[in-house]
Design a protein around this ligand. Structure first.
Ligand SMILES: C[S@@+](CC[C@H](N)C(=O)[O-])C[C@H]1O[C@@H](n2cnc3c(N)ncnc32)[C@H](O)[C@@H]1O
Length: 256
């Protein structure tokens, strides 16, 4: 990859073969899925569905209809192939849309899930996005989110700069209290949360998320000459800052 054209960390990992592009991996997503009572009748929206990994899992596990949106055309092409491969085309529809202008009516969905996206935005934009998620949720509906949390907000500037250098995305992780306050400010209630060490690039997390064969394929691709530098920069940055960064998952309710 040409250094002048810096590839975003999540696109890079997807190119290497990673299917889960989120800080807490499968375990954190599982916590989220346990919080909302999915049924075959649930109307579900996944915002930032990327290649469709979570949408496909939800459709297969709960038999419900799910709409996935993302802004990335290439990821959506991959999502369509994955949906067909897993025989869930009758349950999962994906479309190109911007999360800040959702093309859905007010009060449309029982559950909205959004993993590893809000962190990419500045605080003002996070507020705007969350208002949009609140709008499309039905009263009593659940919002499930998965993001990066700063363990020690005093170190914010230095950590954010190091992450920016590694993933080429202007990520804006915030503290535990700041995440909780943000959701409360929008009007969400009954906010439940969990947080723990990030697993995105740890060897254990990689194997849990992608299996042994999947991990070997990713490592094989990462060691190719054109990928090596970016892979090790990301790997070392996440490892060196592991005590400063956690994943955070939240389940928030739109009041009835
Ligand atoms: C880090 S990836 C996470 C993908 C997936 N949710 C996962 O956890 O594996 C972030 C995704 O957010 C999408 N995205 C970023 N901003 C968006 C927006 N405003 N509207 C829709 N999708 C957006 C990107 O295209 C990308 O697919």
């Amino acid at each position: 990859m040409n250094n002048d054209k810096k590839e975003a960390g999540h696109k890079f990992l997807a190119r290497l073969g990673k299917t889960r592009l989120r800080p807490g991996g499968k375990a954190a997503t599982e916590w989220l899925l346990q919080q909302a009572a999915f049924t075959p009748q649930s109307q579900v929206l996944e915002i930032a569905c990327n290649m469709g990994t979570t949408s496909i899992e939800i459709a297969k596990r709960f038999g419900c209809h799910i709409t996935g949106i993302d802004m990335d055309k290439q990821a959506l092409t991959q999502a369509k192939q994955n949906i067909a491969k897993h025989n869930v085309s009758h349950l999962v529809n994906v479309q190109e849309a911007d999360a800040s202008k959702l093309p859905f009516a007010n009060n449309s969905f029982d559950i909205v899930i959004n993993e590893a996206m809000l962190t990419m935005y500045a605080n003002k934009a996070k507020v705007h996005l969350l208002k949009e998620y609140f709008r499309v949720l039905k009263p009593g509906g659940k919002l499930l989110t998965h993001d990066i949390m700063l363990v020690n907000p005093q170190q914010a500037t230095a950590v954010i700069e190091r992450i920016h250098q590694a993933i080429n995305v202007n990520a804006q992780p915030i503290s535990y209290n700041a995440w909780l306050n943000l959701f409360a400010t929008i009007g969400f209630t009954d906010i439940k949360s969990d947080h723990n060490d990030m697993t995105l690039m740890s060897p254990k997390g990689m194997i849990a998320d992608e299996g042994l064969l999947g991990t070997l394929k990713i490592i094989h691709n990462a060691l190719r000459k054109q990928n090596r530098a970016q892979f090790f920069t990301m790997f070392k940055t996440f490892r060196r800052n592991s005590h400063q960064l956690n994943y955070i998952v939240l389940c928030s309710t739109k009041p009835k």
